[in-house]
Design a protein around this ligand. Sequence first.
Ligand code: ZN
Length: 526
Amino acid sequence: MPLTASERRLVDSAASWFDANHERFVNELCDLIRYPSVADESDPSPKPAEPYGHEVRRVFDHMIGKAGRDGFPTHDYDGHVLEVAYPQDDVETGDDIAFVGHLDVVPAGPGWTHDAFEPRVIDGDTVIGRGSLDDKGVSLVNYSLLRFFNEQGHRFRHRVRVLFGGSEEPALNDIKWFVHNVGAPHQAIVTDGPFPVNNIQKGLLDVDVALPVGKRLRGWHAGSSANTIPAVASIDLVGTDADEVRQAVDHAGLDDDTRGRITITSSDDADDGGVTITAHGISGHASKPDGTINAIALLTSVLTKSGLLDGRDAEAAAAIAGWAGDPYGGALGFAFENTESGPTTGNLGIIMPGPEFGTDAEDHAVPSDAIVMHLDIRYAVGQKSEDILAAIRRHVEPLGGRLVNVLNDDPYYVPADDFRVELLTGAYNDVIAGMAPSTPPARPVAMGGGTHARFIPGALNFGPEFHTEYVPAVDGIVMDPPECITPGTGSAHGIDEWVSIRNLKAAFVMYALGLVRLDQYLDGGN
Ligand SMILES: [Zn+2]
């Protein structure tokens, strides 16, 4: 919808207010980045109000100080979540609208071109530092909304507040705690993802399956990361020599590409003559298997075709080759697709010896004649986790396999034609239309990752990131990393995380418009 006259005034005054406060914004963002507020959940009996460690506590106290100087009421929920409220008592409805971000960050990690917690500001627009994008920059944008509307003397129909989580990154425990102990906001707007509006996040299902094997696969390790399609997998075979294995592989009827991906070497550490067979696949993220080759699938397939295994080993390898070789779950019977969220994916990313896995959910040790395979499944909206688990059982149980661990997070889904999704998508498009009129409109997007919205009933994800994957390029928005960022770095959790203040300003204006519209139309306003 086009902007009304008063919305036009709002958008203009929000933009010029942000410009007038640009320097303060950059300085305050740098202050926030200087707290190395990596959430620490390792202490089983943490100090009071420090459930996520001292650095998260310090950054909360910093925000409480700021809110105090601005005259905004705060509520510290025992260090799990910090609330700063819009200073207005005479609201029409006690129901609230809450902007939700987080002040914890992922660890810096190696490879930064400067101290990750000592921010650099380039040309007054690019701020580089851990948390600049995820999620301190936008947390400060949310806070700035309170300042802006307060200076305008704006009256809302709803209670408006900003929530800052203290432990989003490890496992979203801050908001889980909040929803469980305090209650969900009436309408949460989560600001930790892509623009325009993210309305779908796939379900996440982690499954470990124990599978009995024979002598050769016993003790086998492959892969190391559940959400990565393994690039390399190898196995040591004892009681054979390299020539014998090479002959078997050469006569397995492999095509040239497959044969070229297999290396065979004499094992250094085998006393009785042993051979290491290594498969070289093509790695990728578990949620995007197109163009990848799972090295575990490749290795088990070659072992099967070359007749190097027998009995239980041969059975297990043939089955794993099929299961791991289909990253869309077809071979395990749970392939599914939905046009809005795309296909279900299933990555068999890790194999480990049973004893190393330890005990199952019922505390029974996994026996030493079993291996455990880990599946990272991201399932489409409309599919049920129980159906996926039943399909896996139907395939593994005939081989003596059983599920030893299951972790499930249901999908997040708000229909694209929900009026609130349309309203916020419209706020995005209307602000963009004012900045760069020839830009085609953006549509709500699905994404693989998980945000706070998964655990807040009815929550919406509204920016603040501009990605060409999700929105048409916009003149005046920094879509590609600036020159000061080395290609291949700069992502939210990566080396040299950066944010453009110009982009945050655009987000600020969209949030101001989205908030005023939501406040007006939520709960039957008109
Ligand atoms: Zn985040």
